[in-house]
Ligand binder design. Structure first.
Ligand SMILES: Nc1nc2c(ncn2[C@@H]2O[C@H](COP(=O)(O)OP(=O)(O)OP(=O)(O)O)[C@@H](O)[C@H]2O)c(=O)[nH]1
Ligand SMILES: [Mg+2]
Length: 233
């Protein structure tokens, strides 16, 4: 896994990040790990510092005075490239993304520019949730594909692998989202840049601890922003 960096944005993931780093280290191939933490009040960064002292190739970018999944994403990809990565895996730090899929993604990136970890293609699994949430999520996927002109089984996944050249093609400085919407903005940019986007199945796990941040109001806002993204072109 030469030149591979696994990038994890974190905010208040103290109880999740340590076991996740251990799991990534256990998959073999020894990819580098970069955690971008926005000075989490729960001290997530402290756990990462401890892991960095124990394992080679674990890096912490602690952003002070700045907060937001969008900025953390841009800073993370930038730092990963500075660290010499030619392939960057992006995954959540809450334990929902199983590191077991990393080798599969790295295999698939050999013939793609971007690889998405999909919960909804054959072989993938979603963590069981209420029927309402499943229906809403199925609608959201269709909606995003239709508005953005995509044909992906899981366009909202935050578990993905990018070639460095894909990040250069979209230009990180062109990304505007300050929050979680960056995931969708990047995907659309990749598609607009004509990049080859592949998908591999992943098993999605339940959030290990901490809280979810997506409610009905946030979902409505998100769907409107997808249209705005499209109209911005
Ligand atoms: N650095 C940084 N990371 C963040 C920020 N907000 C969220 N994250 C991290 O981004 C990842 C995804 O956030 P989640 O809250 O899990 O969002 P989600 O997976 O869409 O939704 P739920 O898991 O259902 O809450 C997690 O690792 C978070 O800790 C932020 O402002 N800064
Ligand atoms: Mg999550």
């Amino acid at each position: 896994m030469d030149n591979t960096i696994v990038f994890i944005p974190t905010y208040n993931e103290r109880d999740n990040i340590g076991p996740l780093i251990d799991e990534i280290k256990a998959i073999g191939g020894d990819p580098g790990i970069l955690v971008v933490d926005d000075d989490s009040p729960d001290g997530t960064w402290r756990v990462v510092e401890e892991k960095a002292a124990r394992y080679a190739g674990v890096h912490l970018l602690r952003r002070r005075g700045e907060r937001g999944r969008g900025g953390a994403g841009i800073a993370g990809f930038k730092r990963a490239i500075e660290l010499g990565a030619s392939r960057i895996v992006e995954m959540d730090g809450d334990g929902q993304h199983d590191p077991a899929a990393i080798p599969l993604m790295l295999k698939a990136i050999e013939s793609n520019d971007v690889v998405l970890g999909s919960r909804f293609m054959p072989g993938g699994t979603d963590s069981e949730r209420s029927l309402t949430r499943r229906v809403v999520s199925a609608f959201a996927r269709r909606y995003i594909n239709s508005v953005l002109g995509l044909k992906l089984s899981d366009p909202t996944t935050g578990y993905r692998c990018f070639r460095k050249t894909a990040l250069e093609a979209i230009g990180l400085k062109n990304l505007r989202s300050k929050d979680q919407f960056i995931v969708t903005e990047m995907l659309y940019s990749c598609s607009r840049a004509g990049l080859k986007i592949g998908e591999v199945p992943i098993a999605f796990r339940r959030r290990k601890s901490g809280s979810s941040k997506l409610g009905a109001a946030a979902l409505t806002k998100y769907l409107i922003r997808v249209i705005l993204l499209r109209s911005r072109g």
